[in-house]
Write a protein that binds this ligand. Structure first.
Ligand SMILES: [Zn+2]
Ligand SMILES: [Zn+2]
Length: 299
């Protein structure tokens, strides 16, 4: 999976940061987390095509997370996208899209809007699932946790042969986790010939939120946590008042959730140099990075 940070600014764009948007690329599909102003421009810079298989997850209906949608959808129409687009987000998302469609015309491709009314699994296929958790920000706001399904472990044909199982349908059953009998009636267990399943990646995205126990619990053991860090600790009161987190609070959530890597994003325009945010997070959670626009993470 490749994660590209398309926009990393909080509330308004700055000279170097666009508004919130993150593209996760997995097996040819783009999973877009939020679509702030400037998203399509950054997609061009990151070479992410507008006709790709794509799903968009919107955390909440503040301008810095959704104002990129009208432009993105219009460009997709101009480029004659045909593939359907699925957009997930809070109640009110359909009204927002209808409103600009009234002026701009609709999409030339099928668009499905899924308004999320309660938390839980909001998308699932055999490859991965996405879980929505209510964020502690203006209601309704969602955090998202993407979890890949475990992949089957490696099959060892030579072990199967030595246990008296010839190549054929019994191999398939062993690979699917079933135990089988050989021609002499002896039981051969799947785990004797197949390695344990390989766990998939888990990536958690906070969206805008005060530190949230629910998000922390849903993110347990994630490989990557992408957490907003709008302010530093000297602005704790302001963060609380506006429904945001400080970098230190984000680091505490990452530590409690025991994640592998913490990426701080949604950086306030008051920090042209965000070192202060990184430093306070590093004291609490050593494996922390600060996102910047067009930063790529290969995982
Ligand atoms: Zn925001
Ligand atoms: Zn917000």
């Amino acid at each position: 999976m490749k994660i590209t940070f398309l926009g990393t600014s909080g509330s308004m764009p700055t000279q170097s940061r666009s508004s919130s948007s993150i593209a996760m690329n997995r097996k040819g599909e783009v999973i877009l987390l939020d679509c702030g102003e400037g998203t399509q421009r950054r997609m061009v810079e990151a070479h992410i095509g507008f006709r790709r298989r794509m799903r968009v997850f919107v955390s909440h209906l503040h301008g810095d997370h959704i104002l990129g949608l009208p432009g993105l959808l219009q460009t997709m129409t101009l480029l004659q996208r045909e593939r359907p687009l699925e957009i997930y987000g809070p109640e009110g998302l359909a009204d927002f899209i209808d409103a600009f469609n009234k002026t701009l015309g609709g999409q030339g491709f099928p668009t499905t809007i899924h308004e999320i009314l309660s938390g839980g699994i909001v998308f699932e296929d055999p490859e991965y699932r996405v879980h929505a958790v209510r964020a502690d920000h203006d209601d309704p706001s969602w955090s998202y946790v993407l979890e890949e399904a475990p992949r089957p472990g490696r099959f060892h044909p030579e072990r199967a042969l030595s246990l008296g199982i010839p190549e054929g349908p019994l191999w398939k059953r062993l690979q699917l986790g079933e135990d089988v009998e050989n021609s002499e009636g002896a039981l051969v267990r799947s785990e004797e010939v197949v390695d344990p399943p390989i766990r998939g990646l888990k990536v958690a995205y906070s969206g805008d939120t005060r530190p949230s126990e629910a998000f922390m619990a849903a993110s347990k053991g994630a490989d990557i946590m992408i957490h907003e860090a709008t302010f530093d600790s000297s602005l704790l009161e302001k963060a609380e008042e506006n429904g945001h987190s400080t970098a230190a609070q984000a680091a505490h959530i990452a530590r409690s959730a025991d994640v592998g890597l913490l990426i701080l994003t949604h950086i306030s325009s008051r920090y042209p140099d965000p070192t202060i945010l990184l430093e306070e997070a590093l004291e609490i959670f050593p494996n922390t990075k600060i996102a910047q626009d067009l930063m790529e993470l290969h995982v």
